[in-house]
Structures are given as C-alpha cells and as structure tokens.
Design a protein around this ligand. Structure first.
Ligand code: NAP
Length: 488
C-alpha cells in the first residue's frame, strides 16, 4: 500500500451518523489494532463520524491484560505512529475518555461483561454493540462461542477478520459456529480491499456512466489482470506465512473480491442485498481453478528466513488464470498475481481491449502494451487513479501511431481530506449496519470451493530473484497477452 500523506481527520460527507455504540476490540494489543484500528477509530472520532456517544473497550486474554491507563497510552502511541495525524489535546481527551480495557477468556468473561455493562450505563438508553475480532484466525471460534455463552451476541454486530477459513471445510465449519451464535444479518466478514475508495469507485465508473459499461464484456475485452505485487518480504511473519502462502493470503481474500466488483452485473439498486447477490453470482460462475494454469513462485532466500521450514514448498508469489463461465465473460481470462519481494508495491486492475476488427493501421510492437486495442488501467492503491491507454496519431507527415493516455487521479480531483482509509470506512459501515462491502457466507465458501483443485494439487514452486516479477513462466501463463506491470 502506498504511504499515506499526513492529513486532517475526514470530514462528514453525509449526515448519517451511527447510533450510540459500545465497541469491543478483541486483540486490542495486536498489530492490526495498533496500525489500523486504533488510529482509524481516532480519525473517525476527530472527523465527527463516530456516534454522539460511544465507548471503545480494548480486550485481550487475561495474561496480557492492560490497565485502562496503559491501554490509553498504547492507543495514543498507535495514533501518533500510524494515524498520519497529530491529535489536538482536546480531540485526544475526548477520545481517551471513551477508552477502557477488559480481559476476556472463554472461562472468565466477568471482566468483559462488567466493562460492557458499565459502558452501556454510562451511555444510557441501550446503545448498540459491535465486536471486532482482531485476533488470530485460530481464536475466531472461541471468541464467537464466548459471545454466545455470555449472551453478548443478542442484538449485537460482529466484525470478523480475514482469512475466513483456510479451505472449504474450515470455512464451512467456521460459518456453522458463527451462525450458531449470530444471524447472518449481524455478521460483517471484513476484507479491507473492499473498503478502499478506489474499489468503490469501480462501481461508480461502471454504473454511473454510459461510457464504459457498454464495452465491459467479452465482445470488447480480451483479458483482465488483477495485479497486487508487494516489495516486502515476509518480514518476520514466517509462522503465519509459511502455513498460508500467497494464494490463501491474497487471492482467496482480496483479489477474488476485486474480481467480484470488476465482473458483476449491474445491481438493480445500490443495496447490500442487491450488490452481494451480484457478487456471489460471479463467484458461482467461476470455473474451478486449474492447477495447470497457475504459477507458484518462491523468492530466492525464502528457505533461509527465520522460522521457515527447511524444505518448505509454500509459494511467496502466485499467478492464477481464472475463468468466469457466464454470458458477459465467457472466453475472457482473468489473470490474478500477487506475492512478496516482487518488483513494486502496486494494486492494479487492467482491462485489455480486443484489437479493432479492421486493421487499417500498421501497429508496431512498441505501441502494443498489454492490450493492443487499448486498455483501461485502474490503480486501486490509495489514493488511486484510472487511466485509459489508447493509440493516437503522432504529429508529423506520416501516419504513425503512438501510445497516448487519459488519466483521472483521485488525489488531484477531489478533496482528499474526505478520504477514508479502508478500515475506517468498513468500521463505519458496520456501525451503520450496511453489509454491502462485507463478504457473505455463501460467497466465501464458493471461493474456497473453486480453489480446492489448486489447494489439493498445487504445481511445484519455481524460484525467482527478489525484486523481479516472478519466474519466467508467468509470461507463458498470460501469453499472447503481456503483464501490464512493470510499466515501461
Ligand atoms: P497479532 O499481532 O498476533 O495480534 C493478535 C491479538 O489477538 C493480540 O491482541 C493477541 O494478544 C490476541 N490473541 C492472541 N491469541 C488469542 C486468543 N487465543 N484469544 C484471544 N485473543 C488472542 O495479530 P494481528 O496482526 O493484529 O492480526 C489480527 C487479525 O487481523 C488476524 O486475523 C489477521 O489475519 C487479521 N489481519 C491483520 C492485518 C495486519 O496488518 N496485521 C491485516 C489484515 C488482517 P497478545 O498480544 O496478548 O498475544
């Protein structure tokens, strides 16, 4: 993700403000809470986007319990380090007055129950409750059961972090546990890519304009790329990464979700139900991944990283050809690539257009790009941009074509101060009860189902040098097209 420039708190774009809330962050001492949740909650509060009355209870297992004052200090450090904003004394005092800490363990829920009770009494007249499970996936189940056993589930909402399962069987089992305690309408499975302004903007681009949607189909598009390379290596997260790999970590969660937004049919209206129905229809039409159309790479030196198994075959990058068997996309391959220690940090969707049916012009190789009939490039890294690449006549006496582009850049076009970071956006939507940007049980299960052939029978990993774009076979995978990245 691109570094965010320091900015002020986001301004309130709509008068909708959530009802009064008690928010419990399980895993409040963890990395996600420090880097995203606590800074995000402060920015929402400073921007006037949190409810009029709210309390935030940090929670962790008993052995890691903090005092209220230690938690407040932890939160302030997190906001200063990761919030891109220096709190004014007044804004900080208001925010920290809402913070407290309570431990929670399956065999001892008393401290949490007492903290929630106190927070509710302080706010008065029955505030809503939201629980955010920012804990390791192995703890999702026990946290859900704890909420059920203590009756805190009643009338509450719950945000569940990714990854939701590691294969079809585990996702089905986790959904079963969740549904034994919560109704689906209470559940918000988070994928922070869906909280990005620029991913939302794909919906606006497609469905608020008559320009693009008529060509957004197999008649005009030759192929689609969803490319999310990262320069970071596994950065000391071997325990998690070696058991997970690039496919589970990035493709099943983030990249397939972006595919859902790119490929969906126009929803009949902008409601959570209509949007998620269309997204799940895309997932239903996905053809099971063929391992022969997948490249798994492992960066050189991975096996020497601390904590990695000496003979690990975990992939640190993956490129997948996905197919959608429906009227709009039949015959159009979708290429999904992501991984560690690659050549750049980018988040890019490219739609390559077919060549015009009448070849009036000689097109030299240089002017081809990844779509020789032009391309639409959606950069959904924050703050994001949309570029249309096409061919134009170069000035001069001969009819010679050169590459030209039209660019829309978010940061130069609107008031960037109103931008919400993915987590800020999603926490706000969960408080408002809008599930549009959250994955549904059947959708996530279907994604694991189409992934099963690859998970069960993965091709061998191929080495690649750090800082490159993966093993050479990624180019054979996408041929006769070419990867849009790196941009030359
Ligand atoms: P983390 O740094 O390991 O922190 C996890 C938190 O959960 C800590 O507060 C930890 O307490 C607590 N915890 C550990 N075991 C627990 C258990 N059995 N029961 C209850 N609480 C327990 O992990 P993280 O990076 O914050 O990730 C948390 C979740 O967010 C994961 O599901 C992850 O996949 C997801 N996520 C993280 C990121 C990210 O950037 N970090 C991004 C996207 C999604 P102690 O600190 O006291 O051990």
């Amino acid at each position: 993700m691109n570094p965010r420039t320091p900015k002020s708190a986001p301004a309130m774009a709509s008068p909708t403000r959530p009802d009064n809330y008690v928010l419990v962050v399980f895993g409040a001492t963890g990395d996600l809470a420090k880097r995203k949740l606590l800074p995000g909650l402060f920015r929402l509060a400073a921007g006037g986007l949190l409810p009029k009355q709210y309390r935030i209870i940090g929670s962790a297992p008993r052995q890691f319990s903090l005092s209220d004052s230690d938690f407040k200090k932890h939160a302030k450090d997190a906001v200063e380090e990761f919030g891109g904003i220096t709190p004014t004394p007044e804004a900080w005092q208001n925010f920290e007055a809402a913070l407290s800490f309570a431990s929670a363990d399956p065999d001892d829920t008393a401290p949490l129950l007492a903290a929630v009770d106190l927070a509710e009494k302080e706010i008065g007249s029955k505030p809503r409750r939201l629980f955010h499970l920012a804990v390791p996936p192995a703890a999702f189940r026990s946290m859900v059961e704890l909420l059920g056993a203590s009756k805190l589930n009643v009338g509450s909402r719950i945000i569940i972090e990714k990854p939701f399962g590691t294969d079809l069987a585990s996702a089905v089992a986790l959904n079963k546990t969740v549904h034994s305690v919560f109704d689906e309408s209470q559940v918000f499975r988070i994928d922070h890519f869906l909280g990005k302004e620029s991913v939302d903007n794909i919906l606006a681009l497609r469905f608020a304009n008559q320009l693009f949607e008529p060509v957004w189909n197999r008649d005009h598009i030759s192929h689609v790329q969803i490319d999310v390379p990262e320069t970071l290596s596994i950065e000391g997260r071997a325990n998690f990464y070696d058991a997970t790999g690039a496919f589970r970590d990035m493709v099943v969660t983030h990249l397939f979700q972006v595919l859902g937004v790119i490929a969906m049919e126009p929803p009949s209206k902008l409601t959570a139900e209509a949007l998620r129905n269309e997204e799940v229809k895309v997932f239903d039409a996905l053809v099971s991944i063929n391992p022969k159309h997948v490249v798994r790479g492992q960066y050189e030196g991975y096996l020497q990283e601390d904590g990695v198994a000496p003979n690990s075959t975990t992939e640190t990058m993956v490129a997948v050809e996905a197919k959608i068997d429906n009227w709009r996309w039949s015959g159009v391959p979708f290429y999904l690539r992501s991984g560690k220690s690659l050549g750049a940090n980018r988040q890019v969707v490219t739609l390559g257009f077919r060549q015009p049916c009448l070849k009036m012009f000689a097109i030299d190789r240089e002017s081809k790009g990844s779509g020789s009939g032009g391309e639409i490039v959606i950069d959904f890294g924050d703050p994001g941009s949309i570029t249309s690449n096409f061919l134009a006549k170069e000035p001069g006496p001969v009819m010679r074509l050169g590459r030209a582009s039209m660019v829309f850049e978010y940061q130069n076009s609107f008031n960037a101060a109103n931008e919400l970071e993915g987590y800020e956006h999603l926490i706000l939507e969960a408080m408002l009860g809008d599930q549009s940007l959250f994955t549904r049980a059947d959708g996530i299960e279907r994604l694991w189902e189409v992934s099963a052939p690859l998970i069960e029978n993965p091709p061998p990993v191929e080495p690649y040098a750090r800082g490159t774009w993966g093993p050479d076979s990624i180019n054979r995978l996408i041929a006769p097209h070419a990867w849009h990245l790196p941009e030359t």
